[in-house]
Design a protein around this ligand. Structure first.
Ligand code: BES
Ligand code: MN
Ligand code: ZN
Length: 499
């Protein structure tokens, strides 16, 4: 999707579809007023009849509006001026994106960026708009034979038309970022949506190499033998039941101008299918466990966005990846393994496998002397019970890092919510036979999972994002969301600005 950013009024514009804002039910934004004038009050007349709902994000498509050079006019309600907010901005642009995607036009113009959003600048508006528009163009069709059944493609060219010339540079800069973030989301969605018989650990390793080639990342893939040498007994215990070889993927983006600058390390859970292992899961919705590598997918997507933008930072992506399968060689409940850190782990439930692959990756991360480490994982069903699908769960051993991530979540619209990582919860992880069990006693499942990880992260600042509720949607709209690529990308944009 190509964006062009201009200032002016839309009445003489030739465009397949122009989206215009209406505020406080009947108030015309300057762009809408210009079209209204050119059409002799056509819009005012329609609004007077009350055809457009006043709620932010409601739309009304008009065809053949007199006095204009465009095929369609999309009226979009901005809601109440006094209540205009991040959320209303996003729902209005999102509604326009949805209408654009199905209207059949090859090009479109968006005149919805002029209404000031409290606390946000032009760059934010450009970034959010480009991200929402480009993201709405994603379609999954890789494994469909009948491609022509796929929904109609939306516009490939979008003009962001602004009332104020002074906003052009900011919106332009933001749009470049938003488009790159959407590109990262598309990669994360695609990897997530691919079935587990295609998206295996080997496939992820190949994709990492391909990403490295396209974006100048250094990519190393460690094989089983190398993992054995490193002592990654915890990770390998999860892979024991699988016919697919596990991989440990290391991707390095070197963008910092200063040599040796400490990297941000992102660690993504890459379980390409989670059957639960010997502690096998029930059959209902088990297909959705193909999404258990969405943490890994978000690391791929974030690195892609960062490299596309050439951010002046060092970022390392670590992806431990394997299937979790039952079988004659599979790890059994009660088995004890030794992690790379040297700590022994009693595996009381083979379905708590995410933490078992992450802990070795978190120990491996120490060698990079990281500025901070963020792991991203579809880790616990309990997180869905606690928070649903709105925010990702956030736990951290550093309050400043947590606050930074919470703020970047707000800014990007891809929010997180912090849960406590108090020492008191560590009491719930006790084993009679090893240093630590892989599950806690009853209750607080998201927190005890993070407490387990915390035993491996004492040497650096660390945050954990539990994306079990946010990484994909179930039901009729089943599909990966691309989250938390926007949050992570915004975090790194913030770091780049500070650097
Ligand atoms: N991948 C699952 C978590 C999950 C379940 C995410 C459903 C999204 C939807 C994870 O590996 C898992 O099975 N966790 C267990 C942990 C339990 C055995 C302590 C869970 O949440 O039930
Ligand atoms: Mn599991
Ligand atoms: Zn899992």
């Amino acid at each position: 999707m190509e964006f062009s950013i201009k200032a002016g009024t839309p009445e003489k514009l030739r465009s397949g579809c122009i989206a215009l804002g209406v505020i406080d039910a009947k108030g015309l934004t300057p762009a809408a007023a210009a079209i209204d004038k050119a059409s002799n009050g056509y819009l005012t007349e329609i609004l007077r009849r009350g055809d457009l709902e006043p709620k932010a994000g409601s739309t009304l498509m008009l065809h053949n509006v007199p006095g204009t050079a465009c095929e369609r006019i999309l009226l979009v309600s901005l809601g109440k001026q006094a209540e205009f907010s991040d959320k209303n901005f996003r729902s209005t642009v999102g509604a326009a994106a949805k209408a654009f995607a199905t209207c059949g036009s090859k090009d479109a113009t968006l005149c919805l960026l002029d209404q000031a959003v409290p606390g946000r600048d032009a760059r934010w508006r450009g970034r959010q708009a480009a991200m929402l528009l480009a993201d709405s163009a994603y379609r999954y069709e890789t494994t469909k034979a009948k491609k022509d059944d796929a929904p109609r493609r939306g516009p490939s060219k979008i003009t962001l038309l602004l009332a104020d010339q002074a906003d052009v540079a900011g919106v332009q800069a933001g749009a470049v970022q938003g488009k790159a973030i959407a590109g990262g989301m598309a990669l994360a969605k695609e990897l997530g949506n691919l079935p587990a018989n295609i998206c295996t650990p080997t496939y992820l390793a190949q994709q990492a190499k391909a990403l490295g080639k396209a974006h100048k990342l250094k990519v190393d893939v460690l094989e089983r033998a190398q993992m054995e040498k490193l002592g990654m007994g915890s990770l390998l215990s999860v892979a024991a039941g699988s016919a697919q070889p596990p991989k440990f993927i290391v991707m390095k983006y070197d963008g910092a101008p200063k040599k040796g600058a400490r990297p941000v390390v992102l660690v993504g859970k890459g379980i390409t299918f989670d059957t639960g292992g010997i502690s096998i899961k029930p059959a209902a919705e088990m297909d959705e466990m193909k999404y258990d590598m969405c943490g890994a997918a978000s690391v791929f997507g974030t690195l892609k966005a960062v490299a596309t933008l050439g951010l002046p930072l060092n970022v390392i992506g670590l992806v431990p990846t394997t299937e979790n399968m039952p079988g004659g060689r599979a790890t059994k409940p009660g088995d004890i393994v030794t992690s790379m850190s040297g700590q022994t782990i009693e595996i009381l439930n083979t379905d708590a496998e995410g933490r078992l692959i992450l802990c070795d990756a978190l120990t491996y991360a120490e060698r990079f002397e990281p500025d901070c480490v963020i792991d991203i994982a579809t880790l616990t069903g309990a997180c869905i019970i606690a928070l649903g699908a709105i925010p990702s769960g956030l736990l951290a051993n550093d309050d400043e890092l947590a606050a930074e991530l919470l703020a970047r979540g707000q800014e990007s619209g891809d929010r997180a919510w912090q849960l406590p990582l108090w020492d008191d919860y560590q009491e719930m992880l006790k084993s009679n036979f090893a240093d630590i069990p892989n599950i806690g006693s009853k209750g607080a499942g998201t927190i005890t999972a993070a407490c387990f990880l915390a035993r491996f992260t004492a040497k650096y600042k660390w945050a954990h994002l539990d994306i079990a509720g946010t990484a994909w949607k179930s039901g009729g709209d089943k599909g990966a969301t691309g989250r938390p690529v926007p949050l992570l990308a915004q975090f790194l944009l913030g770091r780049a600005k500070a650097a």
